[in-house]
Design a protein around this ligand. Structure first.
Ligand code: ASP
Length: 441
C-alpha cells in the first residue's frame, strides 16, 4: 500500500467539547496524509451528559410513542448551537432542526433520525475545516439482504473521492433502497472508515477514540500487564470471541484480506503510538508468540455417556440440532470413545436445562448425562500457537506448578489459539500462571 492516504475516524469523544474539537483539528493538520475524515456524533461532555446518538434514539422513540419530544429536540439543537458558536462559524443549525422535525413527521424512521447526529456534525466540521462534505448516503449502499453492497459501495465511494483531495464523511450509516437511510450497529462509524479505506485504497485507517490501552491480560488480574502494540486481524478475531472488542467484527471482515493496517489511537493521549492491527506482524512487533491471555467464566459442560457411542453415526448432528433449535450455540465439543461433551454458555443453558436434557435423553438414550458447572474458558492467543515448538510444555508446566486442574484443551486449527477449560475458582490463578510463562519476557 503506497497510496499515502490516511482515513481517520474520530469517535464521539473527539466532538464532545470545544477543547476536544480543537485537539481533533490539530491532529488532522499534523499529518497532511490525513485526507478523509469520518465523523461521529458528539459525545458526552460530563458524566451525566447523554451523547448525541442516544438523545436521537430517545427523540425518535418519544415521537413514535406520541410522547412529548420538544425538550429532547431542544437539547439536540442546543448542543449543535454550542459547537457552532465555539467554532465561530455561521452554520444554520435551525435549518437542520427544521429538516429533522419535518422528516420526523414524515415518518422517515429511527435510522434516519439517529443518523442526523453524524450528518449534522460532519457538515459543521467540514465547514470549519473548509473541506467538502460527502453524505455517506451517496457512497455507502445496503443491498436487499440488509448487508453492505460492496461492489456498488466501493465503486461509488472511489468515484466520488478520487476527485477530492480531502473530504469529511459522516460515519454510522448508508443508504438502503428499501428503508432510506440505514444505520450500522452501534460504534459503526468504524465500519464506515473501513469501507472508505478500501474504496480509496488507503495506506492506513486510523481510529481515534477514548479507548484505553489494549492489555495482554486483564489488569484487574495481572499487575501492570504489557500493552499490546501489534496484533494481527486473525488474532483480533480470537480476542473478540473472548469479549475484547476494539471495533466491530465487520471491520475485521472488510480489512483482513487486503492488507490495509488499522491504528487505534487514544484521543486523550495523543503521544501514545497506540496499537496497530495488520495482516502479518511487522518485525518491530518483537514479541513472544503470545499476544494475549483472555477468558470468560460461567460455562457449562454437558457430558453425554453411552456405551458404543463411537460406533454410532449422527450423534453430533442430533446433539447440535437440539441446541440449535433452542438458539443456544455450542461453543465447543469434545468427543471420546463413550462420551460426547458440549460446552455452552450460561445462563442461556440453565433457562432451558430441563427441556434440553429431556430432548437429549429422547434422541440418544444415553446411560448418563452430567452437567458440569462453573467452568471457565481461557484462550491463549498468538500466531504460531500451534506450531512453535515448546508452547505446550511451557503452558502445562506453568499450570501444573500453580496446581490447576485442566478440564479441557482445544488447539485451534488456525494456529492462532489454544483454549483451556478450568474451574471458575481457578480463573485468576490460571491467567496469572499463563501470563508469567507465555508473555512475560
Ligand atoms: N455514534 C454512533 C454510536 O454511538 C456510531 C459511532 O460512534 O461509531 O454508536
Amino acid at each position: 500500500m503506497d497510496s499515502n492516504i490516511i482515513v481517520s475516524k474520530f469517535g464521539s469523544a473527539a466532538f464532545a467539547s470545544q477543547d476536544m474539537i480543537n485537539k481533533t483539528v490539530n491532529i488532522i493538520h499534523s499529518d497532511p496524509r490525513r485526507c478523509y475524515i469520518v465523523v461521529a456524533a458528539p459525545g458526552s461532555r460530563f458524566a451525566e451528559d447523554v451523547k448525541m446518538t442516544d438523545l436521537l434514539f430517545i427523540l425518535n422513540s418519544r415521537y413514535t410513542n406520541r410522547e412529548d419530544f420538544s425538550e429532547i429536540l431542544e437539547n439536540v439543537r442546543e448542543r449543535f448551537i454550542e459547537i457552532v458558536r465555539g467554532l465561530g462559524i455561521s452554520f444554520d443549525v435551525d435549518a437542520e432542526m427544521m429538516n429533522l422535525k419535518k422528516n420526523l413527521f414524515f415518518g422517515k424512521g429511527n435510522d434516519y433520525v439517529v443518523s442526523r447526529g453524524e450528518y449534522i456534525m460532519a457538515k459543521i466540521f467540514a465547514e470549519y475545516l473548509g473541506w467538502p462534505f460527502i453524505d455517506a448516503a451517496n457512497i455507502i449502499f445496503f443491498g436487499k439482504d440488509g448487508n453492505i453492497d460492496h461492489e456498488k459501495t466501493f465503486s461509488a465511494a472511489a468515484e466520488v473521492l478520487k476527485n477530492l483531495d480531502h473530504a469529511v464523511i459522516p460515519g454510522f450509516y448508508g443508504a438502503s433502497g428499501t428503508t432510506g437511510v440505514k444505520l450500522f450497529p452501534r460504534g459503526g462509524g468504524d465500519i464506515t472508515a473501513a469501507v472508505i479505506s478500501r474504496a480509496v485504497d488507503a495506506s492506513l485507517c486510523e481510529k481515534w477514540s477514548e479507548t484505553t490501552k489494549i492489555f495482554s491480560a486483564d489488569p484487574a488480574i495481572v499487575e501492570n500487564p504489557e500493552v499490546i502494540r501489534h496484533v494481527t486481524y486473525g488474532e483480533l478475531k480470537q480476542l473478540s470471541y473472548m469479549g475484547i472488542r476494539i471495533f466491530h467484527e465487520d471491520v475485521i471482515f472488510l480489512m483482513q484480506d487486503i492488507g490495509i493496517p488499522i491504528r487505534i489511537r487514544n484521543i486523550y493521549d495523543i503521544d501514545d503510538a497506540g496499537t496497530s492491527v495488520t495482516s502479518e506482524l511487522p518485525p518491530e512487533a518483537n514479541r513472544n508468540v503470545t499476544a494475549c491471555i483472555a477468558g470468560r467464566r460461567n460455562y457449562r459442560f454437558i457430558h453425554i455417556e453411552k456405551f458404543g457411542l463411537n460406533r454410532l453415526t449422527g450423534i453430533g448432528q442430533k446433539v447440535f440440532g437440539i441446541f440449535t433449535e433452542r438458539n443456544i450455540s455450542c461453543e465447543h465439543y469434545m468427543s471420546g470413545i463413550y462420551r460426547f461433551s458440549i460446552v455452552v454458555k450460561n445462563p442461556l443453558f440453565d433457562l432451558k436445562r430441563a427441556e434440553i436434557l429431556q430432548a437429549l435423553n429422547d434422541a440418544i438414550h444415553p446411560e448418563k448425562i452430567t452437567v458440569e458447572k462453573n467452568l471457565s474458558l481461557i484462550t491463549i492467543v498468538g500466531k504460531g500457537m500451534g506450531t512453535v515448538k515448546g508452547i505446550f510444555a511451557r503452558m502445562f508446566n506453568a499450570i501444573a506448578e500453580a496446581g490447576i486442574k485442566v478440564r479441557m484443551i482445544e488447539q485451534g486449527s488456525d494456529d492462532l489459539n489454544i483454549i483451556i477449560g478450568v474451574y471458575d475458582e481457578d480463573f485468576d490463578a490460571t491467567v496469572r500462571a499463563l501470563y508469567s510463562a507465555m508473555i512475560l519476557k
